[in-house]
Design a protein around this ligand. Structure first.
Ligand SMILES: [Zn+2]
Length: 108
């Protein structure tokens, strides 16, 4: 009684799939290696203007952000602010997570 075709009798239907593509943006940034006192190791440091460009924000906004998070930084030549990239990225990821939680709260 077995038929030769496995697909015989099966119903065809159409399904809808939603595939979310997460956009990944790759950016290059010039950094300089220096010892971070807080990290207690050699890390990448990025100047404040370069970091602001990287995250598409203004230097003043970024500086305010790094201050509120207590991001690692060093000052060179008595005026140039360099940010510890490792710490900055950690703070940035934290901010993104906080933003998501906030959004869910507003919907409830
Ligand atoms: Zn650091």
């Amino acid at each position: 009684m077995s038929s030769g075709k496995g697909m015989e009798g099966s119903q065809h239907r159409e399904v809808v799939l939603e595939i979310e593509h997460i956009q990944v943006v790759r950016k290059r940034a010039k950094t300089q290696l220096a010892i971070c006192r807080e990290c207690k190791s050699t890390t990448d440091f990025i100047t404040l203007p370069r970091a602001a460009e990287l995250f598409s924000t203004s230097t003043s906004d970024l500086f305010e952000f790094t201050q509120s998070y207590g991001c690692h930084f060093r000052v060179e030549n008595g005026q140039d602010i360099l940010l510890c990239l490792t710490d900055l990225l950690t703070a940035m990821s934290k901010r993104m997570r906080t933003g998501t939680v906030k959004l869910l709260g507003e919907k409830l």
